[in-house]
Every structure is written in C-alpha cells, then in structure tokens.
Design a protein around this ligand. Sequence first.
Ligand code: GLC
Length: 582
Amino acid sequence: MSFSSKITFFFCCAILTFLSCKNEVKAPEQNTATSDIPDREWWKEAVVYQLYPRSFKDSDGDGVGDLKGIISKLDYLKSLGIDVIWLNPIYASPNDDNGYDISDYRDIMKEFGTMADFDALLKGMHERGIKLVMDLVVNHSSDEHEWFKQSRSSRNSPYRDYYHWWPAEKGKPNYRYSLFDINHDAWKYDTLTDAYYLHYFSRKQPDLNWENPQLRKEIRNIMKFWLDKGIDGFRLDAFTFAAKDINFPPLSEGYEKDFMPYYSMQPHLHEYLQELNREVLSKYDVMSVAEGAGNTPQDAHDLVDADRHELDMAYPFECVDIAKSSGYSVVHLKEAFSKWDSIFSQKGWVSIFLANHDQARMVSRFGNDSPAFRELSSKMLTTFILSMRGTPYYYNGDELGMTNIRFDNIEDYNDMPTLNEYQRLKKTGGDLTKFMEELKFSCRDNGRTPYQWNASNNAGFTTGKPWLKVNPNYTTINAAVEDADPNSVLNYFRKMIQLRKKELTLVYGKYTLLDAENPSTYSYTRELNGRKLLVMLNWKATAAKANTGIDLSKAKLLLGNYPAPLLDGNLRPYEAVILELN
Ligand code: GLC
C-alpha cells in the first residue's frame, strides 16, 4: 500500500467510524428483554414520516412549500416522536411531475430554496435526532437534464447511450406502454436525430439506460455526493423498472393491462443493486428502501435478503391497493398483510403503510371521513400502522386525520397524469363523469393539498396563493387545534409512537393473525422473548366482536382510542385496543 493510499485508507476509516457512531441505535427504556433480539437495526426500529415538501410549509409567500418552511417546523416534527423523514424530491426540476423529473441531481429546486437551506435543514434535523432519507429518482431524468440535452443533440454524442434511442430507419419500435403519456405510447419520435426515445412515464421523463456503465458510475457519484453531506438513506423511486431488454422485443398482446411482469425486475436488476450496494450503500450506515417489491414474493425476498447485499426493505403495493371506491373486504386486507409478514418472517424486512404521495388520504380510503368517525377511524388506522412488524411509514397530514378534498372541477387538479388522462378520455369520447367521480376517491392530489397548520387564511400554509387549493375543513382540522386537545388524532399518534418505542415487541415480535374470517375486526398477537401483546381493531362503523380465543380476564390495557374499553373483545365502531397479555 503506497503512502497516499494509506492516508486515504485511514481517512476513510475515520469517516466511517464517525458515521457509524453518529447513527448508533439509542436504547430507549424497554418493556422487553432486548439482549437476545437478533439483527437489530436502527432503521427497523424507526418510525418514518413522509414529508411532501411542496405542501408542507411556505416561507416566502409564493404558494409553494419550501425548505425554510420545513426548517421553521422542525420543533413540531421533533414533537411527533418520529425518527426519520423521507423527503420527496427537492432537486432542480422543471416540475412536470412535481420533482420526479430531475434536471440537476446536485442542485435544489428553485422554488424550494438553496443548497445552504438544505444544509441548514439537515443540520437542524440531526440536531434533533431526526434522520433524513432522500428520494433517488434514477429510472429516468428530466428531458431538461444536461445529459438528455447532449444525448438528443447528436447520434454521436458521448451521452447518446445514457438513454434509450431507437433509430427511425429500423422502423417503429415495438410498442411500450407509458403510464403518464396522453396516448400511453412510451416512444416519442424526435426529429432532431430522426429517432425515438423511451419514456415509461411522461415525455419529459426519458428513461435512463442502466446498461451503460458510465451512466451507472454517474449515479453512484450522485449518491455519494448526498451521502457525504450526511443524509441517512435513499428511497429508490421506480427502480424495479430500471433494467430493460434493450432489444425491445415484441410483448404479448394486452400486456399494457398488466405491464408489471414486463417492466419490473428485468435481467440485471439484481446486479445493478448489488453494484450500488457494494460501491456505495455498504460504505455508509444508511437505510435503503425500494419503491415496490418486484413481481413475486421471491423477488421481494431477494431484493432485501441481507445476505444478498441489495436493499434494506421492500415497499409492496398490494395492501395499499386494496381500498377501492366500491369498498374493500377486511378479510382480504388481513390476508394481504399477513402474506407480506410471512414473506419476511425469517429474513428481509418490509415497510408498513396505508398512504403516500401517490395515494389519496388514508382516512378517506381505508377509514371513514364522516364527522362521526373521522377521528376514531384515523386513530384506529394509526394503531394498525404502528403495531405491525416492519418499519412504519406515515404520510404527513394523516396524523391530523386530513381528508380527501374531492374537487368537482378538473381545473382544480394539478397532477399531470390525471390531466393527461382527462384530455385523452375527452378526445376519445370516454366517460368523463365517471372519471371525475373516481378522482374524488383516488386522485393523488387528494393527498397533496397543503398541510393544515391552523385556522388562519390558507390554513397557515402560505400568505400567497397556494399551488393546490387548501381543504376547506382546515378551520376545524388543523395542527394548532389538535395540539391543544389531548384526545386529538395528533396526540393519539404521538402516544402510539411512544408506545412503539417502549415496546420492541411491536417492532420485532412474531405476528400471528387471529379470527381471520371475521369480516369486521382485525386481531393479532405480537410476541417477543416471553412478552405477548394483543391488538384488536374494528375496521367497521358498527360494533363487532373479536373472537380471538384468548382468555382476556388478566389482560391489561396499553392503549385504546375510546375511554373505558371493555377488554373482552367487544369493540365499538372503529375501536382499537392494544392489550398486554404477559
Ligand atoms: C414514483 C413516484 C411518483 C412518480 C413516478 C415517476 O412512482 O412515487 O410520484 O410520479 O415514480 O417518477
């Protein structure tokens, strides 16, 4: 080893030691013997709070949330008891898809602030013991990224192969479905070089070519850039789509109805992840979460089996996709969550969530947002997310019980794929009335309305005109009112987090589903090192009995969302209880 490489080696060791000290698991007071819990990790014990920066807090009156706005609310975030914030993209972007179209991976979106604001935000979070996970959007970039501009400029550009181009003289490429394009055609013809480029999402989101080693190196360097600033992990956006068969062979007819088997988990995906892990992730004490979980339980397992050195946790969509505007079956929901628990019962780790920025509001989809049940059902869903095995991901605003806004006019929506689909249906004579009704239940703008801080103008989110309308119910549903009310949804969320932190049984304990066929209730035990807890949840607006078969005469209440619960399995509408059995 030469002198200079020795210096580098020692320097790296010092940095790594510093990083791992920084991220050590602090032991909170526990009700469970912790000595023999295998494979403990800070990211398994963390509660992740997903923060949508565009809608959180605006500091400069332009109607768009920003980093200084978040900084001004750090003490509030700390008061929630959360451990990690997953921040949706804040990089430079022309905002075709609200930041999921990145034009410079090393810069901050102008509307959100500057790199100095970012550094201050990260410092403020770390000072409060909160970690930061960033979105890594590298299945595609923006068409306004310098790479794409160069790539597009000439067939001989060194950047040409950073993207997928198909020369027109070879004829039209085989059809590929685009999720966001107005015509759903993923190939866009470009006159400049007489060729088509591929975009699985919008035309302004060209797909990157992961076959190209130079591109992969660029991505690794971008990851190092942020990790060296001290961030604590990445969520890999749409990453299971990154690998592609670059011959683009014809696909079976009708595949666009279920394109996942053709788009997700293509050959080389695992190699790409192993390379990212080996060259970057393994060198830092950080967490990594996939978007999705592949196509099969085996894929999901392989993505996060610690021995394979790929990612830390999967984020499967099956459960969150169960809620439909026509309703859903509680039995089906239980089967789905239980299936995902069993996939990771021995190895690997899963995320538990009921909402995110791509979904409408949790209480409007899974609970009941009528005045009588909004608070109760929000608290019940909170009890669920925070008492399952896996890392809970909680979407901002759900801790207030924020609800769907249900716009009547298409002009009120902002979401690009929604607006494109509306135009497509209009052109092709589709049923627009039905489409507009469906949006009230499922459009992701429902989950993106500004955070409701208080009862002042625009819910205290901005002094300007908000980029998306504020839900008019902000006068009663807001953080200020709920902060002052000990029985609010917000304070229940805080209590539930504290309980999870005290009870490692809720993190690591074995999950056993009880009373599986009960159409109203969801009951399960969690067991670890001799400690046994029972969770009983009523998912319906009518009273129901949980038949767990467990003797409850000695059970002790740890938390519930009603005063004086009966502790005998009889549950009032949306009642939730967590009991200590031993
Ligand atoms: C992911 C993001 C979503 C985005 C899409 C394209 O699914 O969660 O918000 O629109 O990728 O980047």
